[in-house]
Design a protein around this ligand. Structure first.
Ligand code: 5GP
Ligand code: ZN
Length: 118
């Protein structure tokens, strides 16, 4: 996808703070971190979101999650982290190139999503 910002980051056409790269995935720090450590893992292949993923992407999706532990540790997240994959309109996805958020820091992150007061 020629106009996709994350495709351009994966190709090095837009600069980023790289965490890791291999033939199929690229990881880089989020430009607007919401936790002390916040980076993204993306496939080099343009997949718009998990809504476009299927079993043909099984190996690639597996690689992204299987690599998360090593990459999180490389960023100092020795005691756990959170993974978020925002998906589609309801999932509040903003960039339509599939990405895994890895979030963490020295303090526990708190509960996942605030429950609505009822
Ligand atoms: P989403 O809401 O789609 O799950 O998250 C997109 C994430 O991409 C956001 O956390 C945002 O800060 C990050 N982001 C958007 N544009 C750029 C960019 O050009 N460079 C980097 N490093 N992160 C970006
Ligand atoms: Zn893309």
């Amino acid at each position: 996808m020629s106009d996709c910002i994350f495709c351009k980051i994966a190709k090095g056409e837009i600069p980023s703070k790289k965490v890791y790269e291999d033939e199929e995935i690229f990881a880089f720090h989020d430009i607007n971190p919401i936790t002390p450590v916040h980076f993204l893992i993306i496939p080099k292949l343009h997949i718009a979101s998990l809504m476009e993923a299927d079993m043909s992407h099984q190996m690639l999706l597996g690689s992204m999650l299987a690599k998360a532990n090593e990459l999180a540790r490389s960023q100092g997240l020795e005691d756990g982290f959170r993974i978020i994959i925002n998906t589609g309109r309801i999932g509040h996805q903003e960039v339509y190139h599939l990405h895994v958020h890895i979030l963490g820091g020295p303090e526990p992150l708190g509960s996942m999503i605030k429950r609505n007061a009822s």
